[in-house]
Write a protein that binds this ligand. Structure first.
Ligand SMILES: [Ca+2]
Length: 215
């Protein structure tokens, strides 16, 4: 009886083992299928990555070409400054002209610059020293020079001809300026104020002037 039970148990265990093996085989088969799917998607991703790399490379090539064309264009436009105007490429696209022989009031000086397609030069921290040197080296009869700044309330609220405020902290004001003395509304570079530092002065006095314009 015992031997018979033992045989039945052995057969049952064998059947259970076979079921386990089948289950494991099914799971391995599922894992294999999943790995094949992942492998397929990786292939697609790699293809897409290669496509993106090609797009990025192409984009960089186009950008470099465009930059080269812009640089070439800037160089050619800067060469088109009219006679009498300076190409001063380190400050940007403007051409500059200092007038030191035909001395005019501030408004007539501004009109002259506008007739030439520009305006009086705009006082700026980056360019002021350059204009100061131009004035210092001028050989004409005009002693002082108008620039593109003015106010409606002498002594305060100065603006450029482009409408930008010029603060009292602007580093090229002469000492004690602007003082608005007797209604000084226009900005000049005065020769004996420490070599052409900035001053507010009477607009109707004839001065030399500096124009700026685009090529
Ligand atoms: Ca003054």
């Amino acid at each position: 009886m015992m031997r018979g039970n033992s045989r039945h148990l052995c057969i049952w265990v064998t059947i259970k083992d076979a079921e386990q093996v089948k289950l494991m085989q099914d799971r391995l088969s599922s894992i294999g299928a999943a790995l094949e799917t992942i492998n397929g998607r990786l292939g697609i991703l790699l293809t897409e990555q290669n496509g993106l790399q090609a797009l990025i490379t192409n984009g960089f090539q186009m950008m470099n070409k465009t930059l080269a064309e812009i640089k070439k264009c800037l160089n050619c436009t800067q060469l088109k400054c009219p006679d009498g105007y300076l190409n001063e490429t380190k400050f940007g696209p403007f051409c500059y002209r200092l007038e030191s022989n035909r001395c005019k009031s501030w408004s007539r000086a501004r009109q002259t610059c506008q007739n030439e397609g520009g305006d009086l030069v705009i006082p700026d921290v980056n360019t002021y020293q350059f204009f100061r040197n131009l004035a210092k080296n001028s050989k004409g009869q005009c002693q002082h020079f108008w620039i593109g700044g003015y106010t409606s309330t002498p002594g305060s609220n100065y603006v450029t001809v482009s409408g930008v405020s010029i603060p009292i902290t602007f580093p090229f004001w002469s000492v004690g300026q602007p003082d608005g003395l007797g209604g000084e509304n226009c900005l000049e570079m005065r020769s004996y104020f420490t070599n052409y530092l900035m001053n507010d002065y009477h607009c109707n006095v004839p001065h030399g002037f500096i124009c700026q314009k685009l090529p």
